[in-house]
Design a protein around this ligand. Structure first.
Ligand code: ZN
Length: 296
């Protein structure tokens, strides 16, 4: 945990709507948009607002500042793992639970449950990714239908370093082919936007200067299509992914994920194997430096 004092942060999620396109912005640039509970529920509210507005055809998700998202909040003063929240999926409160139940219930709602809910938003979604897109950040990009990334964007899931087999929304073998997904997870290395594009994980590579315009051009093109046609096209492709095992595979991965959270607690007394945000960022940076990777 950080020893900085917590100060209430205004506007951690921004919402704008114009010309049939809603733009939802994660706005914790000071913390590289790490996702705490409040951000999760404010993102959900923003998506709901866009879904409910008949004028909105397409939703864009982006991050303010240098990076899209450095993942789940595992160390800022605004981290709120013990707070109760109004739940939106059908789970009970985690905050007063013990043992493995605490984190299982929290993550079933706030991570896996929310990501599945957002993945099935009945309007097309586009992620605009610059800089870091790490772990929980990957989950947010992956739940979007289309991804445009800047040429300096990078993607990684370093969670295996905690002894945990990847993030909660385990889409890796669908986003990448299985052999590349194994390499991505086994090494925890950063994948460049160009490589992600080659693998089909990213639709387009842009630049920092062009990102907003490229995202808007794609959003406008999609927004010109009929609403129901878009909703049903999305639904059928998501359905086919689920028939290919995405949903059931993710259920299995989530159980293993929680076995390892519990194992870590038993062995080291810490569910994350002793890693907080700073320790993880340091280890990630050391690994990238080791590789001569300049994409920080
Ligand atoms: Zn977890």
């Amino acid at each position: 945990m950080s020893d900085e004092e917590y100060q209430y942060e205004e506007d951690i999620v921004l919402y704008e709507a114009a010309d049939g396109i809603a733009t939802v912005t994660m706005n914790r640039p000071k913390y590289h948009n790490v996702q705490n509970g409040r951000m999760t529920y404010e993102l959900d509210a923003a998506f709901k607002r866009a879904v409910a507005d008949d004028n909105i055809k397409v939703i864009v998700l982006k991050g303010a500042g240098k990076h899209f998202s450095a993942g789940h909040d595992i160390g800022t003063p605004g981290r709120d793992i013990n707070d109760s929240q109004d739940r939106v999926t059908m789970w009970y409160d985690h905050a007063n639970k013990e043992g493995g139940e605490f984190l299982y219930v929290r993550e079933a709602e706030a991570y896996l449950g929310m990501c599945r809910r957002w993945r099935d938003i009945p309007k097309p979604t586009i992620a605009a990714v610059q800089g870091a897109c790490i772990a929980g950040g990957l989950m947010l990009a992956w739940v979007c239908d289309l991804i445009i990334a800047t040429d300096d964007a990078f993607f990684s899931d370093p969670v295996v370093r905690m002894g945990i087999p990847g993030v909660e929304y385990f889409a890796h073998p669908f986003e990448l082919n299985p052999r590349i997904a194994k390499e991505f997870l086994f090494t925890g290395d950063r994948m460049s936007a160009e490589r992600a594009y080659q693998m089909g994980m990213v639709n387009q590579v842009s630049t920092r200067e062009r990102l907003a315009a490229d995202v808007m051009a794609l959003a406008e093109k999609v927004a010109a299509q009929p609403r129901l046609g878009l909703a049903l096209t999305k639904q059928v492709i998501n359905h086919i992914e689920d028939l290919q095992g995405k949903r059931t595979g993710m259920d299995a991965a989530f159980a293993w994920h929680h076995f390892t959270h519990a194992h870590n607690e038993l062995v080291s007394g810490d569910r994350l194997s002793g890693f907080d945000g700073k320790a993880m960022a340091k280890a990630n940076k050391a690994q990238a430096d080791d590789k001569g990777d300049a994409s920080t």
